[in-house]
Design a protein around this ligand. Structure first.
Ligand SMILES: [Zn+2]
Length: 276
């Protein structure tokens, strides 16, 4: 359980302890849009309860910022409550969820809390059914939620959700606050910085940016994280050009993060695969 807090006119966020996920709800004349559904059907049911306690009407759309389990495995809980609810995502996110959800459920990290692991395995996977390539709009009557795929980064199907009249941008895991952004084996470390660069015109000095994990941030924070991703990209390109082997690259590199961050090994592996 978590409490939703109104962070701007009819925009609420709740920060869930499990993986420190942030869920956003946007209210309008035609109901509520909920952005990300947490990591299991059971966790999604708790989000549904929390959304009901806002008291701002029925949910009329769900959005997954990307395919990762902690953002999308709660989808089924919303369909239990609202059977015909549209679920929006970028088209690549839907493909990844369709093709890789079972793999995620069968191959959970041994370090995970066994109860949570069981919840994840027991989750019914619901694939988003309202898909777009570059941009889409959810019309709430008196306001709109814009969905934008700014390019490849954390995955090849990240979206950001923008509420222009409230000056809020929900960034998914393109931006993380409570940890460094996760670079996985489905990430695009050579393109992530330019993807963030493409977002900057949408972020004014007063814009509230909601990261996938952690506390609310602002434009300066996004610029800082863009700088880190650019430094990682530059270092991968430099190491590859210097003929440093993939095995040695993490140790040889000069990184903006501690070299033990497992995302860096993924970044090197993904970057080298693209460059060679
Ligand atoms: Zn993610």
């Amino acid at each position: 359980m978590a409490d939703f807090t109104e962070i701007a006119d009819r925009v609420w966020t709740a920060r869930y302890a499990w993986v420190d996920l942030t869920v956003t709800a946007v209210g309008g004349e035609r109901g509520l849009v909920v952005i990300d559904t947490h990591g299991s059907t059971a966790a999604g049911r708790a989000v549904v309860e929390d959304v009901r306690r806002i008291g701002a009407g029925e949910v009329t759309a769900v959005v997954n910022t990307h395919w990762h389990w902690d953002h999308s495995f709660g989808n089924a809980a919303f369909r239990e409550q609202w059977p015909h609810l549209p679920i929006h995502a970028q088209e690549n996110a839907a493909l990844w969820l369709r093709d890789h959800a079972a793999e995620v459920q069968n191959d959970l990290d041994d370090g995970m809390d066994p109860e949570r692991a069981e919840e994840i395995r027991a989750s019914t996977i619901v694939i988003p059914d309202r898909l777009f390539g570059t941009t889409a709009v959810i019309d709430l009557g008196d306001r709109a939620v814009e969905l934008i795929h700014p390019g490849r980064g954390h995955t090849d199907g990240d979206l950001v959700a923008r509420v222009p009249d409230a000056n809020v941008l929900v960034a998914g895991d393109l931006i993380e606050e409570s940890a460094h952004p996760w670079i996985g084996d489905d990430s695009w470390p050579l393109e992530w910085a330019s993807t963030l660069e493409a977002l900057l015109p949408l972020i004014a000095p007063g814009t509230v940016v909601v990261p996938g994990h952690g506390a609310l941030v602002d434009r300066a924070f996004v610029e800082g994280q863009r700088g880190e991703m650019a430094a990682i990209e530059r270092e991968i390109r430099r190491l590859a050009a210097a003929g440093i082997s993939e095995q040695d690259a993490v140790a040889e590199g000069d990184w903006p993060w501690e070299a033990t961050n497992p995302g860096l090994a993924n970044a090197v592996s993904r970057g080298y695969a693209q460059l060679t």
